[in-house]
Write a protein that binds this ligand. Structure first.
Ligand SMILES: [Zn+2]
Length: 206
């Protein structure tokens, strides 16, 4: 996909996320890989009102080349791109239900959400919890880097999801599936739901 088309797609998807309340204020950021670097939404920008021409362009090492100053969370995206050669795009949100789950003390940090539905298993799979670090702490990038090789989606504790996909559309759909599953998990909390069995999960992973 051309750079200009990717800029339009980031703008369109950002507005879609904002319009549905999946991102608020200037939180959240979206990136897409290019042949010679990557695009990243600007710092302090609202995903609902992006200007395609102002989206930041960075080189492969994360140096700012053009557009508005990039999101300060760019180091998260860079860590994932460097560990996942097949990642074409990354979505990071502070979406309400995912953040709520990321604050629960009793979740399994190796895989936060149970296999409630087939689409969650197929689009997200396992979801590790990354320990909490303050915003901008570079230790967070190293924690993400340590998990990104094996996992396309991660949940940052008391913060939100980071989801990579082959395409921007795939990253977006997986992020939405994660958010909806977090919502289901909270709705079902304390009700002992019937989850997919290990055999059913294995069959979906094939
Ligand atoms: Zn964040």
């Amino acid at each position: 996909m051309s750079e200009s088309r990717l800029r339009e797609q980031i703008t369109l998807f950002g507005k879609s996320l904002f319009d549905r309340g999946l991102t608020m204020g200037s939180s959240g950021n979206i990136s897409a890989r290019l042949d010679d670097g990557w695009l990243l939404t600007p710092t302090n920008s609202c995903l609902g009102r992006l200007d395609p021409a102002a989206i930041a362009k960075l080189d492969k090492d994360g140096n700012h080349l053009s557009g508005d100053p990039p999101s300060k969370e760019g180091f998260l995206h860079r860590a994932v791109y460097e560990e996942r050669a097949g990642a074409g795009a990354i979505v990071h949100l502070h979406s309400t239900h995912s953040v709520a789950v990321s604050c629960l003390p009793e979740v399994d940090a190796r895989d936060v959400l149970p296999p409630l539905t087939a689409y969650y298993v197929m689009r997200v799979g396992t979801l590790p919890l990354v320990p909490y670090y303050p915003p901008g702490d570079r230790t967070l990038a190293e924690a993400v880097r340590g998990l990104a090789g094996k996992h396309s989606a991660m949940l940052l504790a008391n913060h939100g999801p980071v989801v990579a996909g082959k395409t921007l559309e795939a990253a977006l759909y997986a992020t939405e599936e994660l958010e909806e599953t977090a919502r289901l998990y909270l709705l079902l909390h304390g009700r002992n739901p019937r989850c997919l069995t290990p055999e059913q999960v294995t069959a979906l992973q094939k």
